[in-house]
Design a protein around this ligand. Structure first.
Ligand code: G3H
Ligand code: ZN
Length: 298
C-alpha cells in the first residue's frame, strides 16, 4: 500500500492504547529488516531516517527504498524524517515523499522553536504530511550530568501544552529521562511527569532514546500515553554484533550477502521483540497473508 501519515497511524494507536515502533534505517538491510519484522508481527510501523542516515545513504535513496518496501506490503508504513533541524531539508523531505517530518527546534529559545515549527506545520499539513515537534532536551549521554541539571532538560507540561496549541504539531517528543545512544547507567524515566504531560498535551507523545530502556518501563510509558517509540541503538548493536560474529567465524568470506544476511535477521529479531513489547503486534486486521520482503536471500 502507499505510505501513510504518522497522524493516521498514531490515531489508531491512541484509540487502542498501544505504542508504535519508529525504527531508524541506515541502508537497504535495515529497511528490509524493519518491514519483515512488521509483517511477521502484523504491526503498523514507522521507518525513520536520521541526519546521519541521510548523509550516508542520501535522502532520495532512502525515500525510494522505503516507498518500494511499502508498496509491496499490507502493513501501513510511515516514512519519517528524524530530528530535522534545517527548514530547507524538511522541504526536500516533503518533495521526496516523506509522510511525516520531525522539526527539532529543541536547542532554540522557545519563541524561535515555536515560530519555525509552525512554519513547517503550515507547509507539511498543506501536503497531508504530519509533523512531530520537540520540546525539552534529550541528551546524547547522561554521563557527567547531575540530577538537577538533567531535570533542567525535561519537558515542562504547561509549556508543552502551549507549544502544541501554538504550533499545531501532530505529535510531541518529550524529554522525561531517556537519552540517545548507550546508557551509562540504568535510565530513570520521570513517569509522574509523563502522566502530567499526557493530561495536558492533546497530541500523542513521542519517546526518543528508547534503546536500553527495560521492557517494563517502555510498557509503562505506553500506558501513560506514549504512542511513538524511537529505537535505533539496539538494532544497530544486534546488526553489528552479528557482522562481527560472522566475520570472526569465516574471516575469508567475501560474499557480502552471507555477511549482511544474518545481520539483517538479527535486526528482525530485535525489532519483533520491540513491537511485541509496545503492544502493536497483531493490530493490522486485514491481509494477514505473509509476504516476503523483496531481496530476501534464498
Ligand atoms: O531519534 C532516534 C532515537 O531517539 C533513537 O535513540 O538510539 O537511543 O534508540 P536510541
Ligand atoms: Zn531521537
Amino acid at each position: 500500500m502507499p505510505l501513510v501519515s504518522l497522524k493516521s497511524v498514531l490515531e489508531g494507536a491512541e484509540k487502542e492504547g498501544y505504542g508504535v515502533g519508529a525504527f531508524n534505517c541506515h541502508n537497504l538491510e535495515f529497511i528490509q529488516a524493519i518491514l519483515k519484522a512488521a509483517e511477521l508481527e502484523a504491526a503498523p510501523v514507522i521507518i525513520q531516517a536520521s541526519q546521519g542516515a541521510i548523509k550516508y545513504a542520501g535522502l532520495d535513496y532512502v525515500a525510494s527504498l522505503v516507498k518500494v518496501a511499502a508498496s509491496s506490503t499490507f502493513i501501513p508504513v510511515v516514512l519519517h524524517l528524524d530530528h530535522g533541524t534545517d527548514f530547507v531539508q524538511v522541504m526536500r523531505a516533503l518533495r521526496a515523499g516523506f509522510t511525516s517530518v520531525m522539526f527539532d527546534g529543541s536547542c532554540l529559545p522557545l519563541e524561535e522553536n515555536i515560530a519555525l515549527t509552525k512554519k513547517v506545520v503550515e507547509v507539511a499539513h498543506a501536503m497531508g504530511v504530519s509533523v512531530e515537534g520537540e520540546l525539552g532536551r534529550i541528551p546524547g549521554t547522561e554521563e557527567h550530568i547531575t540530577v538537577s541539571a538533567r531535570e533542567a532538560f525535561f519537558t515542562d507540561p504547561q509549556e508543552a501544552a502551549f507549544f502544541v496549541e501554538e504550533t499545531g504539531v501532530d505529535a510531541l517528543a518529550v524529554s522525561v529521562g531517556t537519552a540517545h545512544g548507550i546508557y551509562q547507567g540504568p535510565p530513570e524515566i520521570d513517569f509522574q511527569r509523563l502522566k502530567e504531560l499526557k493530561e495536558k498535551v492533546p497530541v500523542p507523545l513521542v519517546l526518543h532514546g528508547a534503546s536500553g530502556v527495560p521492557d517494563g518501563d517502555l510498557q509503562r510509558a505506553v500506558t501513560l500515553g506514549v504512542r511513538k517509540v524511537n529505537i535505533d541503538t539496539d538494532i544497530r548493536t544486534a546488526f553489528v554484533l552479528s557482522l562481527r560474529k560472522t566475520l570472526a567465524a569465516a574471516p575469508q568470506e567475501i560474499d557480502p550477502r552471507k555477511i549482511l544476511g544474518p545481520a539483517r535477521e538479527a535486526a528482525v529479531e530485535v525489532i519483533r521483540h520491540k513491537i511485541r513489547t509496545l503492544g502493536s503486534s497483531g493490530r493490522i486486521k486485514e491481509g494477514f497473508l505473509y509476504k516476503t520482503t523483496p531481496g530476501d536471500l534464498p
